[in-house]
Design a binder for this molecule. Structure first.
Ligand SMILES: *Cc1c(COP(=O)(O)O)cnc(C)c1O
Length: 222
């Protein structure tokens, strides 16, 4: 199966669901991103700021660039001129930095709060209490150049479907709680980013609005 075949197949699977596809292009050369673009992909996810910044000028301007990996505050500046969504927000400090650089570029950058839903301790993300601490900070309303548009999570690396379902349900319940409590008047807070190559079908069944799929499109990263 070609890259185009894979993208068309996944888009067909997502048709009629709430979910759209973000193609995870990390480690792959620009030629493959161009191939994915030609097949209709418009959302690209990268996990390294430098790599994304290097690829960005080589793709058409209507690509939505999503950062899906941990972001150090000193790298925000590199992305601020073009990044569409930072899916890995895990601190007020990072929000402050994104706001500052987005303002300097006259932009508003979208952000997802990343939650820790997996069993692996090594995976990053906030607890619900930590997220609520950020959301109740008196500073947050002043950060007008960053717009929170939902939540993101990475499930445990497992084939145990019950486990995966439970983790996706947990993220969905966090979204529902935050939406009702802090974003009832904010239609932009709408995304639940969950599901990767191995588990996106389960994630979609559990209400994902954005799946992040790499190896099921490009093959393994080796
Ligand atoms: C690499 C990565 C993906 C895509 O993983 P695949 O298994 O290749 O689909 C999705 N989300 C995050 C956060 C990633 O780092």
């Amino acid at each position: 199966m070609s890259i185009a075949d894979n993208i068309h197949r996944i888009n067909a699977e997502l048709a009629g669901t709430a979910a759209r596809l973000c193609v995870v292009t990390k480690t792959h050369p620009v030629e493959l991103l161009q191939e994915a673009y030609a097949a209709g992909a418009r959302c690209f996810g990268e996990n390294r700021p430098q790599e994304m910044a290097a690829k960005h000028p080589q793709l058409p301007p209507d690509v939505e660039w999503h950062l899906i990996g941990q972001l150090q505050t000193n790298k925000v500046k590199l992305l601020a001129p073009f990044v569409h969504t930072i899916q890995s927000i895990d601190s007020l400090k990072l929000l402050r930095e994104i706001d500052k650089h987005a303002a300097a570029n006259n932009r508003v950058i979208n952000g997802l709060l990343q939650f820790h839903i997996a069993q692996e301790e090594t995976k990053s993300g906030l607890s619900l209490a930590e997220a609520e601490e950020i959301l109740t900070s008196p500073e947050l309303p002043q950060l007008t150049h960053v717009r929170l548009t939902g939540v993101m999570g990475v499930a445990t690396f497992t084939h145990d479907e019950n486990q995966l379902r439970q983790e996706f349900q947990t993220l969905h319940s966090y979204f529902d709680h935050l939406k009702a409590t802090y974003f009832a008047e904010s239609p932009a807070f709408a995304d639940i980013s969950m599901g990767m190559s191995g588990d996106y079908k389960l994630a979609v069944a559990e209400g994902s609005t954005l799946v992040r799929v790499g190896s099921a499109i490009f093959g393994s990263r080796g």
